[in-house]
Design a protein around this ligand. Structure first.
Ligand code: PLP
Length: 432
């Protein structure tokens, strides 16, 4: 970290972290290095790079100067030691777990996961022979009981979706650490406003596609490593064993507290290839520069809209963790004092129609709010999980995921809150 970097406060990290003006061109913005490969000085230099004995760039699947600034800035934002950027959030999650768990191993996770992650765990991991045990979110006793010798991590999301409950990170990390395993946390929905590593998380994963990019126009993912977890206990041979593809290199000896992230880059990224485009890293850096302002506005708007929905005669229930009467109140105070995120769940009252029909009618009447399955856009977005993301599940399975037939999920944007409320109001007025 440079002298300037080490002094930066959080808001300045988002704008300046890990970057100096380009020494050759003077370019103040981060240049987009659209190159596939990097010229070696000579054969000795090339061999040293390939042996991982000297740092430097080989090929953009492994390293890129634009992505490097994005990665280091993400690590600085979260108080981590290192980071690796990916093409998508899903690929970051996949690699993050494959680095420590293989066929025959297990992970423990919660019942409130994003649907794509749930599918990765129950379908693809099953085919790969990685066992996944689901426990009720925040049930630390159940986690303790579920951990066996085969368990390689506890995996949680900071704000569950669609349940919108807040992970008790301190309790989860204590439970994991007591058993010598790391806590991996998906913090997609609360970047900047929550630093999971401050509460014991060892690895933090992001879909940067959401708030970090922030404008609904670019995809990416990130793994951030705290650098604090001890991988040398013998429980993590995928990290600590000699690596045959680098002449049996000992990654812990060679890379110290960056062994996990170095292994991610030089083995799984090398072999599976879900690298972020340098252009997308540039877009993510642009997003980061205003992340603090946007997160505040997202949260302020969400709070106002949740209160508006609570008073609306056509709304039967509202789930927003920041509301005074939310069961999440204490955890919000501890983990999200500056704003409880921008996701709201609510139910539309259907008088003569079912909750499902009422939800459908509401969505079809929206004019400003977009009907699509994404979150973290500047624009306010709405989905009706019962007819979209969760339609393949039975009603019982939907209920177990917190998806009632009338459930509407809003990802509140940063428009004028009044405009969002007026659109909600006119759409609710059309629900018969
Ligand atoms: N994690 C969470 C919490 C998400 O909401 C998503 C996407 O919606 C992902 C991970 C996956 O990210 P991506 O769509 O960038 O692959």
């Amino acid at each position: 970290m440079s002298k300037v970097d080490s002094k930066l406060r959080p808001e300045s990290i988002l704008i300046h972290g890990a970057q100096e003006p380009d020494p050759i061109t003077g370019s103040r913005a981060v240049p987009v290095y659209l190159t596939t490969a990097y010229q070696f000085n000579d054969t000795e230099h090339a061999a040293g790079l390939f042996e991982l004995n000297i740092p430097g760039n080989i090929y953009t699947r492994l390293q890129n100067p634009t992505s490097d600034i994005f990665e280091r800035r993400m690590a600085m934002m979260d108080g981590g030691a290192g980071a690796l950027a990916f093409a998508t959030g899903m690929s970051a999650i996949l690699v993050g777990i494959m680095l420590i768990a293989k066929c025959g191993d297990e992970i423990i996770t919660c019942d409130n996961l994003y649907g794509g992650t749930y599918s990765l765990f129950v379908n693809t991991f099953k085919k790969m022979g990685i066992g996944v045990k689901f426990v009720k979110s925040n049930d630390v006793d159940a986690i303790q009981k579920a951990i066996t010798d085969k368990t390689k991590c506890v995996y949680a999301e900071t704000i569950g979706n669609p349940k919108l409950d807040i992970a008790d990170l301190e309790a989860l990390s204590n439970a994991a650490h007591k058993n010598g395993i790391p806590l991996i946390v998906d913090n997609t929905v609360a970047p900047y406003i929550l630093r999971p590593m401050d509460f014991g998380a060892d690895i933090v994963v992001y879909s940067a596609t959401k708030y970090i990019g922030g404008h609904g126009n670019v995809m990416g993912g990130v793994l951030v490593d705290s650098g604090k977890f001890d991988w040398s206990s013998g429980k993590f041979p995928l990290i600590s064993d000699p690596e045959p593809s680098y002449h049996n290199k000992d990654f812990i000896k060679a890379f110290g507290n960056l062994a996990y992230i170095a292994k991610a880059r030089t083995t799984l990224m090398r072999d599976m290839g879900p690298a972020i485009s340098p252009f997308n890293s540039f877009m993510m850096l642009n997003g980061m520069e205003t992340l603090h302002l946007r997160m505040k506005k997202h949260c302020d708007n969400a709070f106002e809209i949740a209160k508006f929905l609570q008073k609306h005669p056509k709304v039967s229930w509202v789930n927003y963790p920041g509301l005074e009467d939310s069961p999440e109140k204490e955890r919000v105070k501890k983990y999200l004092p500056d704003g409880a995120g921008a996701m709201i769940g609510f139910g539309v009252k259907g008088n003569k129609v079912s909750g499902k029909e009422a939800g459908r009618s509401f969505i079809n009447s929206l004019e400003l709010i977009s009907h699509l399955t994404n979150i973290g856009d500047t624009r306010t977005l709405a989905t009706h999980p019962a007819t979209t993301t969760h339609q393949q599940l039975s009603e019982e399975a939907q209920a177990a995921n917190g998806v009632t037939p009338d459930y509407i999920r809003l990802s509140v944007g940063i428009e004028d809150a009044q405009d969002i409320m007026e659109d909600i109001d006119q759409a609710l007025s059309k629900v018969k």
